[in-house]
Design a protein around this ligand. Structure first.
Ligand code: ASP
Length: 316
């Protein structure tokens, strides 16, 4: 008689490790900031959550093992390719990506924009290293797997699961650096939550205009800079970028309030536009719905511009 622990009856999940605090180990060295991110492999993270074995047939793959402050497009591309590979396997219901919290929202939005499957990709992170007594990673990982195998998560694209909440890649941001409850989705709020074993989804996020994008070939990525408007700004950073041999093809400016820009930066922007540089405005306050940045914060607007410039073959 088959039981629910037989692989044949358990849904398949691919868990892809990329590092972060969730894979962090306390250093015990007072000269270091408490722990090293990206120190444990994904297999070690899975071993810390024995309940996973009953829930799903888990495949593990280490795609990277870095502090996510150092995330780059090479890792994004490799990750997107491995996610697509796993989601194409009939026995796999969804993918989970373990990631550092610092740039989780950028990777999540990138994966969302290149996502082509109805199966979900679920990113998760932790604020405490794996070796902490009260580590938050194991529960987040369990919740992420629950979400990845849940039929209600199909068609959502990339989502982030943290602290029992499901966040849309488009809306989620790291809002606190010193709290375990670090992620928020602004005015829109999370799209769902976990209640025990159940995953509830309250709202579905509309499809992104222009997506899905292709994962760009290495030669198609273009430089997109991100600048902030602030009191006393003088436009020198933008002007000096324009003088670089590999000057940016795009610039995102995190403006003040509603996306207003210091007049000194505005004149540098006019020079940049005259040289064919694409400029888009977000707000340093956060996403403005119906305003600058198309409801995206500045880092996500930059991710989208990277993909748009690559798709358009700008500078090729
Ligand atoms: N610096 C870490 C990272 O983003 C922080 C974390 O994971 O919470 O990889």
């Amino acid at each position: 008689m088959p039981t629910s622990s037989d692989p044949i009856l358990r849904p398949g999940v691919a868990v892809l490790g990329t590092g972060g605090t969730i894979a962090g180990v306390a250093t015990g060295d007072p000269s270091l900031p408490g722990y090293t991110a990206g120190a444990l492999g994904v297999d070690a993270l899975l071993e810390r959550v024995p309940a996973l074995k009953r829930l799903a047939a888990v495949e593990a793959e280490q795609v990277a093992n870095i502090d996510s402050k150092d995330m780059d497009v090479a890792v994004w591309c490799r990750l997107a390719q491995r996610v697509a590979h796993w989601l194409a396997q009939p026995q796999i219901a969804g993918c989970v990506v373990t990631h550092g919290s610092d740039t989780l929202e950028e990777t999540a939005y990138f994966l969302h924009l290149v996502h082509r499957s109805s199966k979900p990709v679920v990113l998760t992170a932790a604020m405490r290293p794996a070796t902490a007594l009260d580590a938050d990673g194991p529960q987040n990982l369990l919740d992420a797997v629950r979400t990845a195998i849940s039929p209600v998560a199909r068609g959502l694209g990339a989502v982030c699961v943290l602290q029992g909440r499901v966040h849309a890649a488009r809306d989620v941001t790291k809002a606190r650096a010193d709290s375990i409850d670090a992620f928020a989705s602004g005015e829109r709020g999370p799209i769902g939550r976990l209640r025990g074993d159940d995953v509830e989804i309250w709202r579905r996020v509309p499809d992104e205009a222009g997506a899905p994008f292709e994962v760009p070939d290495p030669a198609r990525w273009r430089r997109v800079d991100l600048l902030v408007s602030h009191a006393g700004a003088d436009g020198r950073l933008l002007r000096s970028a324009l003088r670089d041999a590999d000057r940016p093809h795009g610039v995102v400016i995190a403006g003040t309030g509603n996306g207003t820009i210091h007049s000194e930066i505005e004149s540098a922007m006019a020079e940049a536009r005259a040289q064919g540089v694409r400029i888009e405005i977000a707000s340093r306050v956060g996403p403005l719905h119906g305003g600058a940045g198309d409801g995206l914060n500045a880092v996500k607007l930059r991710v989208r511009m990277l993909l748009e410039l690559a798709a358009a073959g700008v500078g090729a």
